[in-house]
Design a protein around this ligand. Structure first.
Ligand code: BO1
Ligand code: ZN
Length: 263
């Protein structure tokens, strides 16, 4: 498989992804800069129901430094179905991962009105009836990714500790560690019952950039302290290069429309 990286202007960087991964040059790519004034309010777009995000019994969580590209938690066991949100099928959680910057002023993949954020969480769901992620990512509407932006807070966000306390054990690419299970709902913003979001049709934000993702980006932020961000920044992408700035530049919206629950 051809290599790729996030180093702008270098060999294998985002400007070159389309050479080995044709879809990365498509017209429905992600991430995007969401212009809130242009987003169309949809009175029929329902909120998500995160009830299943409380499940802990029969769950296996594996934290992985995924090829030096991201920190990812693989979700296995008792399925978490994502309900509501006006999705065209039923979706189940497969993994979640993060994108972050070397400094607070960058890190998120999506922008809102030109503003970026220090980190972004992606909860990756696949259509329940498809065999696996590799099948789903090639299937129209095969994936539903729910994105959350982070906002720097003075205090530590204790809800992130069940995850962060294991990061010293995945410092290098492909290291993985079994996590003690915790309710994933704990990571979400407090108002998860009435979570406004932006919705558009786009792509995987990494190669192979397949245009099969229904994106939902929450308008509510997750809090994280500077020292907690530094735990992410302490990972490595190779022997002596830190894993930081693992975000793709924003892509043109082209003819797409962003809809929203926010009136
Ligand atoms: S994201 O949520 O759009 N950032 C996203 C991006 C890529 C994947 C899922 C969600 N999927 C996997 C592919 C693998 C690939 C890997 C690279 O990304 O299934 O084939 O190697 O990290
Ligand atoms: Zn992602």
């Amino acid at each position: 498989e051809a290599g790729w990286n996030y180093h702008e202007g270098e060999a294998g960087g985002p400007d070159e992804w389309h050479v080995n991964f044709t879809d990365c040059g498509g017209v429905m790519q992600s991430p995007i800069d969401i212009i809130t004034e242009d987003a169309v309010y949809s009175p029929i777009l329902p909120y998500f129901d995160f009830t299943n995000y409380r499940i802990t019994r029969g769950v296996k969580l594996t934290l992985i430094n995924l090829g030096g590209h991201t920190a990812e938690v693989l979700y296995q066991g008792a399925p978490i179905y994502l309900q509501g949100g006006g999705l065209p099928a039923e979706y189940k959680l497969i993994q979640f991962h993060f994108h972050w910057g070397a400094e607070d002023k960058v890190g998120s993949e999506h922008f809102i009105d030109g503003e970026h954020f220090p980190m972004e969480l992606h909860l990756v769901h696949q259509q329940k009836t498809l065999a696996n992620l590799s099948v789903a990512e090639k299937h129209p509407f095969g994936l539903a990714v729910l994105g959350f932006l982070f906002q720097v807070s003075e205090e530590n966000n204790t809800k992130l500790e069940p995850l962060l306390k294991y990061f010293n054990q995945i410092a290098y690419p492909d290291a993985e560690i079994h996590l003690d299970t915790f309710p994933l709902i704990d990571m979400l913003p407090e108002n998860f019952r009435k979570l406004d979001f932006y919705r558009y049709y786009g792509s995987l934000t990494t190669p192979p950039c397949y245009e099969t993702v229904i994106w939902s980006l929450a308008t509510e932020y997750i809090k994280i302290s500077e020292s907690q961000l530094n735990v992410f920044r302490g990972l490595y992408e190779s022997k002596d290069i830190h894993l930081v700035n693992d975000f793709r530049p924003v892509q043109p919206l082209n003819k797409r429309i962003v809809i929203t629950t926010k009136n």
